[in-house]
Design a protein around this ligand. Structure first.
Ligand code: ADP
Length: 266
């Protein structure tokens, strides 16, 4: 079994104020996945990010922050809005996959997962197993869920990867994003960023970068934390560039692809 994450950065224009799907990138990824599914038998789970569909409304409604009880109805409606936006992106993704002939089934986190202080604490995966055993490809995505402490919270695709991998014990976990892997600092803003073939500890980032500022490192630190947690359980993962044509196909075929392996071993 392979768990594949497709970053929101690949599917949407994250900087855009409006929700825009990158249809050509989506079509290419769908066709690479189809080629690999035709080529060799495997069970596959796809997780995708929320990109420009989820981040702006989540920021606007400040979901995941403590709030005054008087604001509850307003927050609840914000939750509904975000849930609906990310579902729209998921429909575009699934439509592209179905058009390629991939048997995808969307399972939304908000309908079966709950969290405590922003971490997933329950979510029955029997239906995942059932769909997998019948040859479906379950698709889940970054979403909002009920939270025992905070009422509502956002669950990233990256946290979902961790939860699924922990509970389903896949052979491989792959994260596709819009850079080649992990560098000592953001490669989009630093020409001299150094690439890691293998990443074993967050300290590698800190010592080299001299800061733990999450803003500086953007979305990558969140991913690395989730994947290091998995590495602690002995589950190795790889971050690759899903914008490079052929990379998704190759990685699904277990062929050599440039990327960063996240593990605790040396
Ligand atoms: P996705 O939407 O694919 O899940 P994010 O946009 O959340 O991805 O995170 C990927 C981004 O993280 C990259 O585009 C890159 O600019 C940024 N980034 C920040 N710090 C690093 C780093 N040290 N190594 C690699 N990428 C980094």
């Amino acid at each position: 079994m392979i768990i594949l994450k497709i970053g929101g950065s690949i599917l949407t224009n994250k900087d855009s104020k409006t929700s825009e799907v990158d249809s050509s990138s989506l079509k290419r990824i769908a066709s690479e996945i189809k080629d690999s599914m035709d080529n060799s038998q495997k069970q596959l789970i796809i997780v995708h990010g929320a990109g420009s569909f989820g981040h702006p409304p989540a920021k606007k409604h400040r979901i995941g922050e403590e709030f005054d009880r008087k604001l509850y109805p307003q927050k609840r409606l914000g939750f509904c809005e975000i849930q609906n936006e990310v579902k729209k992106l998921n429909m575009f993704v699934c439509e592209a996959f179905i058009n390629e002939g991939l048997p995808v089934i969307a399972l939304s986190a908000s309908s079966f997962i709950t969290a405590t202080d922003k971490r997933i604490t329950s979510g029955n995966l029997d239906l995942f197993k059932n769909y997998l055993s019948k040859g479906f490809i379950p698709v889940i995505y970054g979403d909002v869920v009920l939270d025992d402490d905070l009422e509502f919270c956002v669950i990233s695709g990256d946290q979902l990867i961790q939860y699924l991998a922990k509970n389903l014990n896949p052979d491989r976990v792959v994260m596709g994003t819009d850079v080649d892997g992990v560098y000592n600092k953001n490669p989009k803003t630093h020409d001299d960023a150094i690439f890691f073939d293998k990443f074993t500890s967050l300290e590698d980032l800190d010592t080299l970068e001299g800061t733990t500022n999450v803003d500086v490192t953007g979305g990558m630190v969140g991913k690395i934390k989730e994947l290091l947690d998995l590495a602690d359980l002995g589950i190795e993962s790889k971050i690759i560039n899903a914008e490079v044509e052929g990379n998704i196909f190759k990685v699904l075929e277990d062929k050599e692809v440039k990327g960063t392996i996240i593990s605790r071993g040396n």
